[in-house]
Design a protein. Structure first.
Length: 170
């Protein structure tokens, strides 16, 4: 008797809307600081291009321009030009300004509503919390709160449709 060959399981094609939401939250988890503005711009553009190529491949005719703008906005908030040593933004000549580096935490709070919370980088990097977390895990989480540590001070909070985050705040 001939043996029937096992067929490999088919990869389940991601649903466009689910891919869109999951990829937006993934892009919201990428953070970076560079002192040179051209590096910041190039990084944002490369990350967007990688995301957008995958988005167009999976979502094809269901690509949404508002969603694309939302991802550009998120990258603009999360990849910033600043001095990672002083935790301040810099001017065009790489001199510190009086503006602290601010990062946004992104999270879905309902099916389509996304919450943005803004914190200064200095608040997020309290020395003892960073040191303890690194010793315990070998890695750092920007918004992770170590047990016993005070929550960072929230600057602002916005809630909007995940495709329209660019409508709120700078």
């Amino acid at each position: 008797a001939a043996k029937k060959r096992a067929t490999p399981p088919r990869k389940k094609k991601p649903l466009p809307l689910e891919f869109e939401k999951q990829s937006v939250i993934a892009m919201g988890s990428i953070y970076g600081v560079d002192i040179l503005q051209d590096n910041v711009i190039a990084c944002r553009e490369r990350l967007f291009e990688i995301w957008d190529n995958e988005y167009q491949t999976i979502c094809k005719g269901e690509v949404n321009e508002d969603c694309r703008e939302a991802v550009r906005f998120i990258l603009g908030r999360n990849i910033v030009c600043g001095n990672a040593l002083t935790l301040m933004c810099v001017d065009s000549e790489q001199n510190d300004t009086d503006t602290p580096i601010v990062f946004s935490e992104w999270a879905f709070i309902t099916e389509n509503k996304m919450q943005r919370k803004d914190f200064t980088f200095a608040e997020l990097l309290s020395a003892s919390a960073v040191e303890d977390e690194y010793k315990q895990t070998g890695q750092l989480s920007l918004f992770g709160n170590t047990e016993g540590e005070a929550e960072p001070v929230l600057l602002k909070q916005y809630i909007s449709d995940y495709r329209r985050v660019q409508d709120y705040g700078e």
